[in-house]
Structure formats: structure tokens, C-alpha cells
Write a protein that binds this ligand. Structure first.
Ligand SMILES: [Zn+2]
Length: 122
């Protein structure tokens, strides 16, 4: 099985609504999003073209970049935590994968030290 990944980045503000501590205050992150995909079938030597994968991620990022996440769908109703952001990317991307490509995980870094990962149930 082959696995490849790409990393994209965006900046956004957020605050956690139901939290007692610094993260309840408005603040921002330079988010890093890593998307990994798997599959057994190569087309022209590629599992999926890196360019195509980046374009799919960037379509999602364009709606979030330099936004206040708490006022941006779907985070108007759910907490804009790294975990929920990772799940949002995962579900939005998995619906767009070609039939031979399986989305294995989405990892979202809020900082160099903190990350959350969402992956398919085994
Ligand atoms: Zn934060």
C-alpha cells in the first residue's frame, strides 16, 4: 500500500466557548493541516497528484483563512478546537476522494507543540 501526504497552512482566530482558561479569550493560530491518503493503485505512477490533493484542501482552507472561526460555518455551532477542525477537513475531503484513494488521516497543528488527529475508524 502507498501512502502520501501534503501540508497546507492557514491563519485564523478563535475562542473556545465552554472553557475556563486562556483559550476562552479571542486569540489566533497559524494552523498547519497535514492530510495523508492511502491506496494500492497508482495512475501514471501516482496515488493522487499532489497538485490535485492540495487544490482540494485549499478549497476548504480558503473559506477559513483569516477568518474568525466562531463566526464561520460549521464552527458557529461546534467548538473550533483542533480536534473538530481535523474532523471537519476529514469529512469534507473524504467525500471528494477518487475511488482508488482512501483518506487515512488529517492532522491539525495549532502550534509547533500541539496537534490533533482525526482518522477513519479501523
Ligand atoms: Zn486556540
Amino acid at each position: 500500500m502507498y501512502e502520501i501526504g501534503v501540508i497546507r497552512r492557514f491563519s485564523a482566530a478563535h475562542r473556545l466557548r465552554n472553557y475556563n482558561g486562556k483559550c476562552e479569550n479571542l486569540h489566533g493560530h497559524n494552523y498547519k493541516v497535514e492530510v495523508a491518503v492511502q491506496g494500492n493503485t497508482l495512475v501514471n505512477g501516482m496515488l493522487i497528484d499532489f497538485v490535485v490533493l492540495k487544490q482540494k484542501i485549499d478549497t476548504i482552507i480558503n473559506a477559513l483563512d483569516h477568518s474568525y472561526l466562531n463566526e464561520t460555518e460549521p464552527f458557529t455551532k461546534i467548538e473550533p478546537s483542533a480536534e473538530n477542525i481535523a474532523e471537519y477537513f476529514y469529512k469534507a475531503l473524504s467525500a471528494q476522494m477518487p475511488g482508488t484513494v482512501f483518506l487515512s488521516s488529517v492532522t491539525v497543528w495549532e502550534s509547533d507543540d500541539n496537534w490533533a488527529i482525526y482518522r477513519a475508524d479501523k
